[in-house]
Design a protein around this ligand. Structure first.
Ligand code: GLN
Length: 486
């Protein structure tokens, strides 16, 4: 077994105990970033990190106790950090420097974390592979010929290749959970409204949530206790104070686990095997396992893409070169806007804007957008019904492990279909966690497999608790990608 590098919990304790310093941790993280450049996980580094590390040290010297003392962290490039570029993986924002901190950024600073840099992502978080970034694709450290998943691929790789112990991504339809599954780590999508989105660049506002990547349940708890909580600057923010902690195997006894019937079949043999092993381990620990139908999830992909694209078309209307980002000059303003958008947005983003505009247009609104909204309501109702009998629902996070780079780029529908297990959760606003549960060997490469657990709204704590229990019984397999475990 390769050594598992220190977690955020370990590092914060070591800093707090004066065994190391924020500056030393920052230096070591920078060296790892340098050594892992080929993965293309980062878009930019934070010029103010040294300053921040020194400030954390000063606060510790003044006697403050900080939960994330000196822990280096990487944020997806759609989360604002003062003085740092927020490109969203797009040419149109290539030179946009944020004048303010996102709510999560503020909370991380307050807790003593040091923001090392910004992670690569699919352009405007639209994608499932981190191949559509203007900064080029991110590679999967388990097999560099494969994608790390997306859209938060850079954030996932940052943790899987141990550039930092934890990171943040955003999840609109699976963008935290699926890359976590493809890279062998945890990824949590909180309940809609649990984490403030102030300072997160909007993709589809009724679905977007910020969520953490980590290699231990304790780190998930640590991070959620810092970033979750009410924020009046996000109108959708809920007043539900976080109370996260990693559970123990005792917490698994009597837990009612429902396997979503519709997610069975259609998975690779490796995914089916890992799901069964996980269920067996839960059963042995005293959980009861049953099969539960959530029939409307069959329509989740169609509904999701008919809701996410209209919201995107509206959210992205602001990028016309007049206020933000790059501008292609032309004799008249309208022409300049058109050229700016044509040149600034990549193909997938343009496709989504067209799809979304079409779904909202007069004559098609009822056929597409309103129908999708009805399906969304059915999905929420089906989940509510399922949770009358079980405490958590389970599915694979993805029907297959990481796919090859280029395999789905020429077929947008195949790329959308990859989200089959994740999008329903966002439509229903529920919390869900992908846990690293095993491996499948494909063409001689050992690829991680993720299992998704879904909880009722506001029961995010139950998922982190469960993760601790799964670690305790050895059902979770966290390994840093080979070659990055030093
Ligand atoms: N793959 C989905 C999409 O492209 C989800 C992306 C996300 O969660 N940001 O829309």
């Amino acid at each position: 077994m390769p050594d598992v590098p220190p977690t955020a919990t370990d590092l914060a304790q070591a800093v707090q105990a004066r065994e190391t310093t924020p500056q030393a941790l920052l230096g070591a993280a920078r060296a790892r970033v340098e050594a892992a450049r080929a993965l293309n996980a980062l878009i930019s580094l934070n010029d103010r990190a040294d300053e921040q590390a020194a400030r954390v040290q000063a606060r510790l010297d003044a006697g403050e106790s900080l939960p994330l003392a000196g822990v280096p962290i990487i944020l997806k490039d759609n989360i604002n950090v003062t003085g740092t570029r927020t490109t969203c993986g797009s040419r149109i924002l290539a030179n946009y420097v944020s004048p303010y901190d996102a709510a999560v950024t503020e909370r991380l600073h307050q807790a003593g974390a040091v923001i090392l840099g910004k992670a690569n992502m699919d352009e405007f978080a639209m994608g499932s592979s981190t191949e559509s970034s203007a900064s080029g694709p991110t590679l999967n450290p388990w097999d560099p010929a494969r994608v790390p998943g997306g859209s938060s691929g850079g954030s996932a790789v940052a943790v899987a290749a141990n550039l930092t112990p934890v990171s943040l991504g955003s999840d609109t339809g699976g963008s935290v959970r699926q890359p976590a599954a493809f890279t062998g780590i945890y990824g949590l999508k909180p309940t809609y409204g649990r984490v403030s989105r102030y300072g997160l660049v909007a993709y589809a506002s009724s679905l977007d949530q910020i969520g953490p990547f980590a290699r231990s349940a304790a780190d998930l708890a640590l991070l959620m206790n810092v970033i979750a909580g009410h924020d009046p600057r996000d109108a959708t923010s809920l007043d539900a104070p976080p109370a996260f902690h990693a559970g123990t195997p005792d917490d698994l006894r009597g837990l009612r686990v429902g396997v979503i019937r519709e997610s069975l079949g259609g998975n690779t043999p490796g995914v089916e095997a890992v799901l069964q092993t996980t269920l067996d381990a839960l059963r042995a620990a005293g959980a009861s396992i049953s099969e539960v139908g959530v029939p409307s999830v069959r329509h989740a992909i169609a509904a999701y893409y008919l809701i996410a694209t209209p919201e995107a078309s509206s959210n992205l209307a602001r990028y016309d070169g007049m206020v933000y980002g790059e501008r292609v000059p032309a004799p008249d303003v309208a022409h300049s806007m058109t050229l700016t958008r044509e040149h600034g947005f990549g193909r997938e983003v343009q496709r989504r804007i067209m799809l979304g505009t079409y779904a909202l247009s007069s004559g098609y609104y009822d056929a597409y957008y309103s129908k999708a909204m009805k399906v969304r309501r059915l999905i929420a109702q089906d989940f509510a019904r399922a949770f009358a009998d079980v405490d958590v629902l389970v599915t694979p996070t993805s029907p297959f492990p990481a796919f090859r780079r280029g395999e789905k780029t020429s077929d947008p529908l195949a790329m959308y279909a990859a989200d089959v297990d994740t999008v329903a959760v966002n439509l229903a606003g529920l919390p869900a966690l992908s846990v690293p549960a095993g491996f499948e060997t494909v063409d001689g490469m050992r690829l991680p497999i993720g299992i998704q657990f879904i909880a009722p709204a506001l029961q995010d704590e139950r998922l982190v608790n469960l993760a601790g229990g799964l670690e305790g019984i050895g059902a979770v397999r966290v390994e840093v990608a080979p070659g990055y475990d030093a």
